[in-house]
Design a protein around this ligand. Sequence first.
Ligand code: GDP
Length: 377
Amino acid sequence: MSRHLLVTNDFPPKVGGIQNYLFELWRRLDPASFMVLTTDHDGADQFDRAVDFEIQRVKGPLLPTASLARRIDRLAEEFQADLILLDPALPLGMLGHRLQRPYGLVLHGAEVVIPSRIPMLRGILKGVMKDAEILIAAGRYPAQCAYDLLGESIAEPKVAIVNPGVDVDRFVVPSPDAKLAVRRDLGLTEGLGVLFVSRLVPRKGADTLIKAIAMLDQGKGSPQLWIVGSGRDKARLGRLIERSGVDAVFLGKLSQDRLVALYGAADIFAMLCRNRWFGLEQEGFGIVFLEAQACGVPCLVGDSGGASDALDPGGSGFVVQNPKDAKSTSLALETLMRNPELRLRMGQRARNFVESDFDYRSLADILKDAIDSVVLA
Ligand code: GDP
């Protein structure tokens, strides 16, 4: 059995996409095969007591300092680790060169794209990545970013793609009664419901969705839009809703259980994520699409970064090529709205697609094999 340390700034109970990805994968590995070094956070004591692997925490962010390098070396020695995995690649990855044992990096996308466009950081990042034993890419998109940066200098097996996934036992297709119950509970329509779940920031495209709903042929009935999440764009979205007369409900932040139930109660899930700042900001993957599909809901996905990898295009939903274009979004939405049988078929395919390709159990096996392939080689 190989042994490694995962050193990361992003681990629960801190909430977010990266935290979720790391926890869901690593908690499925053999607890004796790794330990985690991360930052302190409210609720950490309770969290750490509840897991079956070892976590050590430090105050404040993990930065590439000499003292952190010494601490990691000490831990690695005690734990007899064969490999140190660092996340993010910058700045923490810069520690890699100073460590006594081999290191690897976990890549998510943005932390590669942004520095790779800034000449000085590009050189540093390239050096950090070139000397890593393994690059674990959270999807095809960060893997492609790594290939683009490293060009020919990288040997193919060094990049291991371990997609984000979903807990298919928790995100499930609910019964018709359960769907109705959650709608009643939250005071939502019993007619067509379109769900949006995300931080409320412009890149996630709730504005396009509102405009697209406003463009639907109102004579044929309009869906109710359910908006889950919070963020700085809320007031602007509120004004847009008021002006357009779209039937929309802000549900704010929901508990995990409520959120799972709401996914299943929706008829369509839509998030029209888009690129911003000339491509510097893109969607890394879009776990929300997997969550919706696991609950048997077809998706409308904006084409940005790795988002289109998170569905079976045409099978479990549609990719909107120009996610800023409310008209094409509106047409795709209308196709799904007017066709309950299509929604049903796509919803079934969505569940099958996620079960076969994005079950965290099999993704954790891929992760384990990827680590073993460099350590035991
Ligand atoms: P990111 O924010 O760009 O990382 O977007 P992702 O789509 O990759 O991941 C967002 C994660 O946050 C998903 O797992 C969502 O289910 C979760 N999330 C977003 N809003 C809420 C909320 O209101 N409640 C809960 N419980 N989870 C949420």
